[in-house]
Design a protein around this ligand. Structure first.
Ligand code: FPP
Length: 245
């Protein structure tokens, strides 16, 4: 792989954190923060379109989020339904290709149907690939890849000795897209929280204390500027990278 000095990322992944605290600081229910977070989702899409960033991956609902209080999970599900009803038209007009990643079987059929319709309707678009991770976990992604490869080996379509990184990489979610160049996590925590574990191996990490609903154009520009100051080494020395080895 040719190392490059970071310029515009091809793929930005985001862990959108801090909706609950944003609402609590305003003495409002947590669901109020999730609704406010939708505006920042729109802002992130607009930012990527403006900068010709090809791929945006948003962690909207982790496999662990089902354990939240029932009313909060219910409010999030209603929000997803409303967002799918309201936002898909505009995303379609903007040329955004929507893809949901994760174990979609766990969702109610009204949500699953809307997700499938949104994916089908926008599948030919190329302005921006918007991946929305729902009921997703990086370990789940690894498990489903392991199942696929075990099935191929059992069916004798694959020699286990021939399994290498490239073969395995092709079985993860988003195998047809470049890995994230930049991961943004808002809300002050500094961890990956089981998001895209395989795909983040060489990703630049950017953590900000800004709560997700407060993310605006200026805050996204700040993350991009920080990324552009980094030298991506992919295991080489800085001298090798700057000499263009
Ligand atoms: C994390 O904040 C956020 C979530 C679990 C949900 C993210 C959902 C949205 C931004 C809504 C819109 C999304 C789409 C794609 C339509 P938190 O609740 O963990 O915040 P806290 O850490 O302050 O408690």
């Amino acid at each position: 792989m040719k190392p490059d000095v970071a310029s515009v990322p091809q793929h930005i992944a985001i862990i959108m954190d801090g909706n609950g605290r944003w609402a609590e600081r305003r003495h409002r229910p947590r669901a109020f923060g999730h609704r406010a977070g939708q505006k920042a989702v729109r802002e992130s899409v607009a930012f990527c379109l403006r900068h010709s960033i090809q791929v945006l991956s948003l962690f909207a609902f982790s496999s662990e989020n089902w354990h939240r209080p029932e009313d909060e999970v219910g409010a999030l599900m209603n929000l997803f339904i409303r967002a799918l009803d309201r936002e898909v038209d505009e995303l379609d007009q903007q040329g955004v290709c929507i893809r949901f990643i994760g174990d979609l079987d766990a969702f109610s059929s009204p949500i699953r149907t809307r997700m499938q319709q949104a994916m089908q309707r926008t599948q030919a678009h190329q302005q921006l690939y918007l991946n929305i991770a729902v009921n997703y976990g990086g370990r789940w992604d690894m498990v489903q890849a392991a199942r696929k490869i075990a099935r191929l080996a059992t069916d004798e379509q694959l020699d286990p000795a021939s399994i290498d990184e490239a073969r395995l990489a092709g079985l993860f979610c988003l195998a047809d897209q470049p890995n994230p160049d930049l991961l943004i996590r808002t809300g002050g925590e500094r961890r990956i929280s089981n998001f895209m574990l395989w795909q983040l191996a060489y990703t630049e990490l950017y953590f900000t204390d800004t709560l997700w609903p407060d993310m605006n154009e200026q805050a996204f520009e700040g993350a991009l500027t920080d990324f552009q100051l980094r030298v991506r080494r992919f295991g080489q020395t800085t001298a090798q990278v700057t000499a263009g080895a």
